[in-house]
Ligand binder design. Sequence first.
Ligand SMILES: Nc1ncnc2c1ncn2[C@@H]1O[C@H](COP(=O)(O)OP(=O)(O)O)[C@@H](O)[C@H]1O
Ligand SMILES: [Mg+2]
Length: 370
Amino acid sequence: MLTNTAMKPLFIGLMSGTSLDAVDAVLVEFDGASCRVLAALSHPLPEQLRQTLLELTLPGDNEIEKLAEAEPAFARECAGAVQSLLKASQQKPENIAAIGSHGQTIRHRPEKHFTLQIGDPSLIAELTHTTVVADFRRRDIAAGGQGAPLVPAFHQSVFRQFDERSVIVNIGGMANLTILDEQPVRGFDTGPGNILMDQWSLRHTGQPFDNNGKWADSASFDQPLLEHLLEEAYFHQLPPKSTGRELFNMKWLANRLERFPHLSPAQVQSTLCQLTANTIAHDIRHFAPDSRAVYLCGGGAHNQALSQRLRQQLPDHSVSTTEALGIHPDWVEAVAFAWLARQTLQGLPGNQPEVTGAAGPRILGAIYPA
Ligand SMILES: Nc1ncnc2c1ncn2[C@@H]1O[C@H](COP(=O)(O)OP(=O)(O)O)[C@@H](O)[C@H]1O
Ligand SMILES: [Mg+2]
């Protein structure tokens, strides 16, 4: 472990979430509690690898062989993202303290005390000549936690100085929120973010996502379907809680659509958009009644239909993006993993026990030296 004074200030964060859209890579300079994004890029995944990773997220045939193909391939994409980032920023590996690599989640089953993020950190270290910190979630699970969400401790550290009575909402494949106006800070996964909208859009329009939510806004949402979707037990569970593709997937949706054959695909899309907005807004009203500002991040922050519906559901809040707090919404999660790597190298905890339900603060992850 390094002391504060010996620590190089530059870290790289790598994030690929449940959307499986790309590996996001950021170069971050830390200075005390503040951080500055020096360079950032999104490294798209090759379609075939994306398909294999998608298959691995649900039980299927020949999983270990598929894993043996996908894990080094994904690690190579991560290393490629790092190399592109270093090139773009004209930095050398020796100036980087560490890469914080989230890995690709292929299974998240906190109820079974199991979560698995793949993306061989040894191979990333070998290819990038840089120290890698990875496998952040399992130590929290070992301590009795959900292993997720891990971003609230980071949100608290960097955003709290700006606005105390606020909520950070990260809308990736899943959506999670962090309530900053509480001590200790709280946070949890509210449920699906973009994941159902993405898959429905792909099936019916061939587009991997509904650009700006235009398709959702082309039809009105269906109140009876919305109410039926809201019956899902996950929405009524109390935090700590976290979720993933294991629950919110096309099978989940198909089961619930059986009673609604008369709805058009656009009406369903509109209802899925409303579901994401309503579950987030409900949880903000319920768990953060004193908050006044909402800052969005994650790809869902670009979905104008979604943010418009959030505004309608939260008339007493200002709704903007984390850009107002100094970090572009596309990079917040990747920056969080750079921060988590720094915590680990400094011998500091990365989890927030009140968020994950772990028995206590823990130093997360494992270090793979350069
Ligand atoms: N312009 C846009 N309009 C609507 N949705 C968008 C837009 N840009 C990104 N998204 C959504 O954001 C998702 C990616 O978000 P991201 O934060 O990377 O999620 P994850 O962490 O799950 O990878 C895309 O799959 C898409 O659903
Ligand atoms: Mg992504």
